[in-house]
Design a protein around this ligand. Structure first.
Ligand code: PMP
Ligand code: GLN
Length: 378
């Protein structure tokens, strides 16, 4: 078949989770919690399903949830968002990202991506007929090089996609990064997709977002996901916040991709946002304890853990342990040592010469301690 995505295989997350299951390894690869979501949230899901809220939700999402999201954004970032015209629910951030790209990218348009980039971005652009300019975040701290980014803008550059807090490097934009992005996008009239699915998971710093920068907010699709925030990645409930004209285009596509998302979950999450808002604000501290538990448990190991400022991931340099490339090393680690991780190189167009893997610490403490015990024998 004449593939539309000739260079795309099965996503690394499916590959590594399958390998972990096959080998009964501790799965620190694909990012998902191994602990239960809040009882209140589960009770509300059951409540709304039992109360008969089981038919199609409105295409844009139930009003209760859109209002609750608008309120949360005001609370966290001081931006006033109109729930009616600027917020659209989607089946996960993955759908929202895909839809935003389809809504704005035409054949001939170019999109700037910053490597390592989440693996769903480029295929969405390719399917829309666009091309990508992939620049690298600068190691060892994986900062954006804004001068290089600005220099790479071409007449057909239409969009830049950013992700903060960043998967897989666990870094987060500084205020000056956001300001540079705002300046450059405005000066060159670029649209922005800001993937903020880990927005509430930051350590030793305040949450930040494109929402906080008015010049950015007016040209940005901000994408987030309740999968991360409420420990329910399988619910696939995300959303896009964008100014009315952009939201209108987004909705034209969304209505023919999924039309709408699982109704009872929308009501349950709305209740969670109104009644248990504190849990959102406490999420950073919650994951910081897990991060620190893993770092502590890994003391004495020959892996060098890199700083993790946000997300539920931490990178680890294994140069002291093996000369294998990171893909082979992740396979060996899973098969022979019973811990699954994600190789970093798969998120690059041109991977650097590093030997780095990503561990997910969205796990029970015992899981993290058991995994570290295995890793420390290496
Ligand atoms: N963007 C990033 C950076 C992610 O890490 C993920 C999921 N882990 C997504 C998007 C997709 O989120 P969802 O599961 O809500 O589709
Ligand atoms: N985003 C998750 C991760 O980075 C995986 C999501 C998926 O499996 N599609 O691990």
């Amino acid at each position: 078949i004449n593939s539309k995505l000739p260079h795309v295989g099965t996503t690394i997350f499916s590959v590594m989770s399958a390998l972990a299951n096959e080998n009964k390894a501790i799965n620190l690869s694909q990012g998902f919690p191994d602990f239960a979501a809040s009882e209140y949230l589960l009770e509300r899901l059951n409540y709304h399903a039992t109360a008969g809220r089981n038919q199609y939700a409105p295409m844009n999402g139930v009003p209760e949830l859109r209002e609750a999201i608008a309120d949360l954004i005001g609370d966290c970032y001081g931006r006033k968002v109109d729930a009616e015209t600027e917020i659209t629910l989607a089946s996960g951030a993955t759908e929202a990202l895909f839809v935003a790209v389809q809504a704005i990218i035409r054949p001939g348009d170019d999109v700037i991506l910053l490597d390592p980039a989440y693996d769903s971005y480029e295929p969405a652009i390719t399917l829309a007929g666009g091309s990508c300019t992939r620049l690298s975040l600068v190691p060892p701290r994986y900062q954006p090089d804004w001068q290089q980014i600005e220099d790479s803008i071409k007449p057909n550059t239409r969009l830049i996609m950013v992700n903060s807090p960043h998967n897989p490097t666990a870094t987060a934009f500084t205020d000056s990064d956001w300001r540079e992005l705002e300046r450059i996008a405005d000066k060159h009239n670029l649209l922005v997709i800001s993937d903020e699915v880990y927005e509430h998971i930051v350590f030793e710093r305040e949450r930040n977002s494109a929402h906080r920068y008015p010049g950015l907010a007016e040209r940005t699709f901000v994408v987030s996901s309740f999968g991360k925030t409420f420990h329910v990645t399988g619910w696939k409930l995300g959303y896009c916040v964008a100014p009315p004209a952009l939201s209108e285009e987004f909705r034209k596509v969304h209505q023919f991709v999924t039309f709408t998302s699982f109704t009872p979950a929308q009501y349950a999450v709305a209740d969670m946002l109104t009644e248990k808002r504190d849990e959102v604000h406490a999420l950073g501290a919650f994951y910081q304890r897990k991060r620190d538990c893993f770092i502590h448990a890994m003391r004495g190991s020959r892996f060098e853990l890199l700083p993790s400022a946000g997300t539920y991931f931490v990178l680890a340099d294994y140069s002291a342990l093996s000369d294998l490339n990171d893909v082979d090393y992740c396979h060996q680690l899973t098969r022979e040592h019973g811990v699954a991780a994600i190789p970093l190189s798969v998120f690059y167009e041109t991977p650097p010469e590093s030997r780095i893997v990503r561990f997910c610490f969205a796990k029970r403490e015992q899981t993290l301690i058991d995994a570290a015990a295995r890793l420390k024998t290496l």
